[in-house]
Design a protein around this ligand. Sequence first.
Ligand code: AHR
Length: 510
Amino acid sequence: MITAHLTIDPHFVVGPINRRLFGSFVEHLGRCVYDGIYEPSHPNADEHGFRRDVIDLVTELGVSTIRYPGGNFVSGYRWEDGVGPRENRPRRIDLAWHSIETNQVGLGEFAQWTAKVDAELMYAVNLGTRGVQEALDVLEYANLASGTALSDQRIANGDVEPYNIRMWCLGNEMDGPWQLGHTTAREYGQRAVTTARAMRQFDDSLELVVCGSSGAGMPEFGTWERVVLEETYDEVDFISCHAYYEPLDDDYESFLASAVNMDGFIDSVVATADHVKATRHSDKTINISFDEWNVWYNTRYNEVEKITDVSDWPVAPRLLEDSYSAVDAVVFGNLLISLIRHADRVTSASLAQLVNVIAPIMTEPGGPAWRQTTFFPFAITSRLARGVTLELKLDSPTYTTKRHGEVSVIDAVATYDESTGDAAVFLVNRSMEESSELTIDTSVLADLLPNDLRIVSADSLYSDDIHAANTLDDPERVTPQHNESAVLDGHALRIVLPPVSWTAIALQRA
Ligand code: AHR
């Protein structure tokens, strides 16, 4: 048994937790939309063709903002294809995912669906094959009340109220050679700033996200962010980060420390954004929209390359349908810890993706929907992480990894909501062999909450088999367990964290 110690002091605040940290992402990719959120022939489908069981799970997951419609898909997308009478909508080739897009779901249907799951719609415009005019057109269609060709077209299509979309992504991963319209940082920056200026002529209060690198490992990482922000700084609000993690070469010690890489990634982008701020003598701060993050077994993925003949491209194929294990969920929960730890600068984030495609929710056509292991850390963190992120004093043993050097065995973040007196602590034990006995010093918290402090809940996610997953045949194999070891002993909260585990503790006034 290893031991670790944590001190919580609500006087030391990192920053407020923006609800947008608990966003997600729906791309027209594989079965995320079709046979995922939308399956009109399913017995559980509502009058609009959306699966009610999926709506219920998305609501339980507690997602705030949902990025749409891509992803790589957006860089070849014509938004007009997805509006108006369904029978007139064209079938198109999707060059990103070697699929056929039927356009049976488009902006109007997706806006309707986000209302059903009580989420905010975040829209990405195509800056790959298209540009300023199309961005202005979709903005006018979406956000203008009435009285012009495009706003009246939306009304004629059945949506009287504008969608009032606040957050807009200026393209997707434009640094990636795989991206339609891929270009240099300078040229993309000019494309993005021209588009942003035009969109601001329509509505200066829009919140605009410019593309950062598609990963910290990209050759131009750092330079890309600097150059793009040099071009766009005054016109945008966020720069995006994307990161996916997987166990490479079966190196689980490194995989379990993936959040260390995410921490460094965020710190580097913050430093680069602040460097550009300094060179411009600007008062404005650019924050991060971490609008794609997850565990993704990307190196296993080669289906797209296999289907080379365009005449064979399928509709809604099974793509990127990773099945997540207990260890994946622990890493995933740790990535959320990293995002919350940076709440002062990461003010929006989108789990990529939501249904079927590298997703916390899986569905079978005509069959059930179920929660992957990653569902639980997201749902619990979204529910409990309120108020502000606290600075922590953590004493933990360390271990050495091949990819991330020396890392802490225990990782943690704590949140505190002054308005309710609720506090929460999120923890991981990265050790593959040993449990950890953690002592949390809550004395300052207890002083602030003069009535007795009590543990409302303490739940841990782990499995004796770290590769155990929830499947169609065994959908509840890995679920969070009440951690009976959690006790308050005076002002010391003691808990035992099993090896390879993620834990959430909720505290409250008695
Ligand atoms: O989320 C899957 C893909 O990953 C997205 O389409 C793309 O933006 C990223 O490379």
